[in-house]
Design a protein around this ligand. Structure first.
Ligand code: ADP
Ligand code: MG
Length: 307
């Protein structure tokens, strides 16, 4: 007999999110996952006035802002991932993210002077977290935090926590490509960087793992043979140019994977590998020239689809 399937789809974090429960479960469980994700969206949103991040950005250079403990925790972890990636993952890239977002929208490279100006506003050491007071403070006016590279990961980990609380054995969480496969073995599609139709280029078979893809192909434009996209190298102020087209990570803990995937897209394969080894994370690297490299632990679990 086939399992009963309960699925909930909802927008948040600027993307489509999905939670699927296999088995006979109360629909309220899926509803609780959705409500928690929406709550996190409201705390982490860059745009929503009143979100913790919006208020920190608004009060940059003025005063520390009291934030919810979810926000404090994610900011705290984001600083740690920033350190680990030698600044390649940097949540204070906000002004630069905006600049390139607008540039992508109009398919025009930003003015050099604007890049220099935004570059000046980036700096992890300017984010001051006070644990006792539960506050966050950006030292300089104009500085902005953007949690776009880590928020979905934390939300997916929280979804997993809720599902475990209700002893859901088999489920799939997919928050805009940030995936956690819970329980039985599941095939997770790796999106093709070459095709726009959402067709996976390969499947990875996983069990109780998070799977995350960060791709420089996702949002961007081509000009004079170069690709301009939404993952920014905070050290240069230009879109990452590490030779990676896409990076898929498989491991435990979606938040760590989310941050590291973004960071390693900036760092590139060579500098990224030691970090992955340290965290016990497996990876699929797709280079700009189309070469695919798979770490040892995934060799038997990675299935390329024939065209
Ligand atoms: P996606 O959200 O497309 O799945 P990512 O997890 O890689 O992809 O996050 C990309 C988002 O993270 C960008 O849209 C931007 O908001 C933010 N970002 C871009 N570059 C960086 C960076 N170097 N460090 C931290 N965050 C970044
Ligand atoms: Mg990320």
């Amino acid at each position: 007999m086939r399992d009963k399937v309960l699925q909930k789809i909802f927008p948040a974090f600027g993307t489509v999110n999905m939670v699927t429960l296999y088995g006979n479960f109360d629909p309220d469980i899926a509803e609780e996952v959705k409500e928690r994700a929406l709550q996190l969206h409201r705390r982490f949103s860059f745009f929503e006035p009143g979100s913790d991040i919006f208020r920190i950005n608004q009060q940059a250079g003025i005063k520390p802002v009291a934030v919810h403990q979810d926000t404090f925790f994610v900011l705290f972890r984001a600083l740690a991932y920033g350190k680990e990636t030698q600044g390649a993952f940097d949540i204070t890239s906000g002004p630069m993210d905006r600049l390139w977002r607008n540039s992508i929208r109009s398919a025009k490279i930003p003015l050099k002077s604007d890049i220099i100006e935004c570059r000046r506003l980036i700096g992890l050491s300017d984010l001051i977290l006070d644990k006792a007071a539960g506050t966050a403070f950006l030292r300089r006016k104009g500085q902005q935090i953007d949690l776009g590279g880590i928020a979905k990961g934390y939300a997916a980990d929280e979804a997993l926590r809720i599902l475990k609380k209700y002893k859901v054995c088999n489920a799939l969480v997919n928050f805009g490509g940030t995936v956690i496969a819970i329980g039985r073995e599941q095939r997770i599609g790796v999106q093709s960087p070459y095709q726009k139709n959402g067709e996976p280029m390969a499947d990875i078979v996983v069990q109780n793992k998070a799977v995350i893809t960060s791709g420089t192909y996702e949002r961007g434009f081509f000009l004079d043979g170069r690709r301009y996209h939404h993952i920014i190298d905070p050290r240069t102020g230009w879109p990452a140019d590490s030779g990676l087209l896409s990076l898929t990570l498989v491991g435990d803990g979606a938040m760590a994977l989310d941050a590291l995937a973004t960071g390693i897209c900036v760092l590139g394969e060579k500098s990224g590998l030691p970090l992955l080894e340290k965290h016990g994370i497996e990876a699929v690297f797709i280079s700009s020239s189309g070469e695919i490299k798979i770490t040892c632990g995934l060799q038997e679990k990675f299935f390329l689809k024939s065209k």
